[in-house]
Design a protein. Structure first.
Length: 255
């Protein structure tokens, strides 16, 4: 069985002491590829160094994370676009709106999101959307700009069935991670009603480790726990989950 972790921050300092071992653990557990979302200009070098070291395993995205949108966001966006002209990336990400931590730069976050959606159309790349306490804002913007050139995934999905349905209608995928294993998340009921052809797997490591690793540092090898939970919810085999979600990821990111 082969899996793809469509969202891991493997380049962050949390992995500095054992990154090579974490990658080995992932490969030994059937993870054939991982996708790396950028955060801002401070993470690009670390991300690309990792991609250059493991070119058949690590696949880069380029984008500005919403929590990194501050006074200098226009410079950050110019830097994102300059990189898109310099080498191959597999998505614009991670982008979106985050109103959980701080609403100070809400207007700038919306502007940065629109700008990066335009970049996705210009460079013919999928988008990886971070939506935290911001579904209404993101849906409003997408309603205005959605067309046949735009597709992608709502990463770390925590919405309801109605929101999932709207996302799927646009042709986007739903990114399911460790939250689906949390006892009171309610995400299991939403996943039950989503066709698995619309789901891709992710860890968001080092964050959001699934049960039974909850509270520990997450890593790509733990995708197995997420896949097992989906197999249980859907009453299908683990092999089927692996096959379908991996194919979904390959199609979306053109791997």
């Amino acid at each position: 069985m082969q899996f793809i972790d469509t969202h891991t921050h493997l380049f962050l300092p949390e992995f500095d002491s054992d990154r090579d071992q974490v990658i080995l653990n992932a490969q030994e557990n059937g993870i054939e590829k991982v996708l790396l979302p950028n955060v801002d200009r401070t993470t690009i070098e670390h991300l690309l160094d990792l991609v250059d070291k493991y070119p058949d395993f690590c696949f880069p995205m380029m984008g500005l994370h919403p929590t990194s949108v501050q006074e200098n966001y226009k410079e950050e966006l110019a830097n994102v676009e300059s990189w898109l002209d310099r080498r191959k990336f597999y998505a614009i990400g991670e982008i979106g709106i985050d109103l959980y931590w701080d609403k100070t730069f809400k207007t700038q976050q919306e502007e940065a999101f629109r700008y990066q959606l335009d970049l996705a159309k210009k460079y013919n790349l999928p988008v990886v959307i971070h939506a935290r306490e911001s579904f209404d804002e993101i849906f409003r913007i997408l309603d205005e700009v959605i067309d046949e050139k735009l597709n992608g995934v709502f990463h770390a999905f925590t919405g309801n069935e109605s929101q999932a349905g709207r996302i799927i209608e646009w042709g986007f995928k739903i990114g399911i991670g460790g939250i689906v294993t949390f006892k009171n998340s309610g995400l299991d009921k939403v996943v039950y009603n989503i066709n698995i052809n619309n789901i891709v797997l992710e860890t968001d490591s080092p964050y959001l480790a699934p049960v039974p690793k909850r509270g520990k540092r997450n890593e790509s090898s733990y995708i197995m726990y997420i896949a097992q939970k989906i197999a249980e919810i859907k009453n299908i085999s683990l092999k089927e989950v692996a096959q379908i979600t991996t194919n979904n990821a390959k199609q979306l990111f053109r791997l």
